[in-house]
Design a protein around this ligand. Structure first.
Ligand code: ATP
Ligand code: MG
Length: 361
């Protein structure tokens, strides 16, 4: 088990730079999740940690050892891929044993480690089958088993569950979380799935264009985002972001006028109050609307999505690119085409500088 540290890590393919100086520490035993839009560098960074991609500049350590340019096999990492990458002609046992065999481990040791991993992953009944006779979830468990037997310091997962159906994903998500607790290993996990990121991570790293936008505990990113990008990226459905203007600046309070909420004036308490007239964005999550909030606005409802326990009302006005999304619970649900009166508390609103896109606190 070990801490993983990246210092000013850069990746270039020829003249094209795709990772621009990443600094990151993943504490020993932490579960770290990389998220970000397609092409932002998640897989590249993971493959650099694995040693499958050369690191152009910067430094990487695992448990204090410099592994920046170390051979993949000497890093103490094991990677699990989206595509499983199992050997089709080998049985489950042979697939799980292969790496150890190549590494020169003796027969008894291999059997002991493979049996232990099979027990953890509930694969004992499938050890003599070939991959083609397994379900997607079972194959993924074999791929994870192959990583476990190597007893790596750091596990690396690149979207391991994205080929599985919804039900199996939930099951495997819980299995991997349990496995993490059981092994106490450091894990780095790439996903597109908001729920996986929020529920599995000790630390989420939000990447954009090869840079870290913010890294922190899931609730920190959700409740206290540093910038507009993280605010919009974390959370599903996404945070509502309203164009707004500071119309009165006082000590400790910015009064912000929001045209899309009928020129409602929202008093936002801040340490650092922007000047009068400044263009800002006001953020409110769908669940921040409630029937007894202190501030009120009327919204024309275009669409209502009813998910059973919860529904989402979508409201747009002329020229809007993003609808306002309101979370609704309870029995009384508005109809599409109707008007919904929403309430919210000023204390739940977040403010961002419209130009720099940074949070105003
Ligand atoms: N061999 C290469 N040569 C040049 N550019 C590359 C090469 N491999 C990857 N890239 C670029 O590096 C960037 C990061 O790619 P990467 O695969 O890490 O993205 P990702 O965040 O994993 O995306 P996705 O979510 O789609 O898997 C992309 O813009 C990609 O085009
Ligand atoms: Mg990728």
């Amino acid at each position: 088990m070990a801490e993983l540290a990246l210092q000013d890590v850069i990746k270039r393919y020829g003249a094209t730079q795709v990772v621009h100086g990443v600094d990151l520490t993943v504490e020993d035993g932490d579960f770290c999740v990389f998220v970000g839009p397609s092409g932002c560098g998640k897989s590249t960074l993971l493959r650099m940690i694995a040693g499958l991609e050369e690191t152009t500049e910067g430094r990487m350590t695992i448990g204090g050892r410099d592994v920046t340019h170390a051979d993949p096999a000497k890093r103490g990492v094991a990677m699990v891929f989206q595509t499983y990458a199992l050997y089709p002609h080998m049985t489950v046992r042979e697939n799980m044993s292969f790496g150890l065999k190549i590494g020169g481990a003796d027969k008894d040791e291999i059997k002991r480690k493979v049996d232990a991993a099979a027990q953890i992953l509930k694969l004992e009944d499938y050890m003599d089958r070939k991959p083609k006779a397994l379900s997607g979830g079972q194959r993924q468990r074999v791929a994870i088993g192959r990583a476990i037997v190597r007893q790596p310091d750091v596990f690396l997962f690149d979207e391991p569950l994205s080929n599985l159906d919804a039900e199996l994903r939930v099951e495997m998500r819980v299995e991997i979380t349990k496995l993490h607790k059981k092994l106490g290993a450091t894990m780095v996990y790439v996903t597109h799935d908001q729920v996986e990121a929020m529920t599995m991570a000790d630390k989420i790293v939000v990447l954009r264009d090869g840079r870290i936008e913010q890294a922190g505990a899931p609730v920190t990113l959700y409740e206290d985002p540093d910038n507009l990008f993280v605010a919009g990226f974390i959370g599903s459905p996404r945070m509502n972001l309203f164009d707004a203007t500071v119309t009165k600046a006082e000590a400790g309070v910015a009064h912000v006028t929001v045209p899309r909420l009928g020129d409602l004036v929202v008093p936002v308490a801040l340490n650092d109050v922007p000047r009068d007239g400044q263009a800002v964005k006001l953020g409110l999550r769908p669940e921040h609307f409630n029937s007894d909030g202190e501030l009120r606005a009327n919204l024309n409802i275009d669409v209502v999505e009813n998910l059973g326990g919860v529904s989402y009302a979508y409201s747009s006005q002329d020229g809007d690119t993003h609808p306002v999304i309101v979370e609704l619970r309870g029995k009384s649900r508005p109809e599409a085409g109707g008007v919904l009166t929403v309430g919210f508390d000023a204390s739940s609103a977040l403010l961002f500088d419209a130009k720099t896109e940074q949070r105003i606190r």
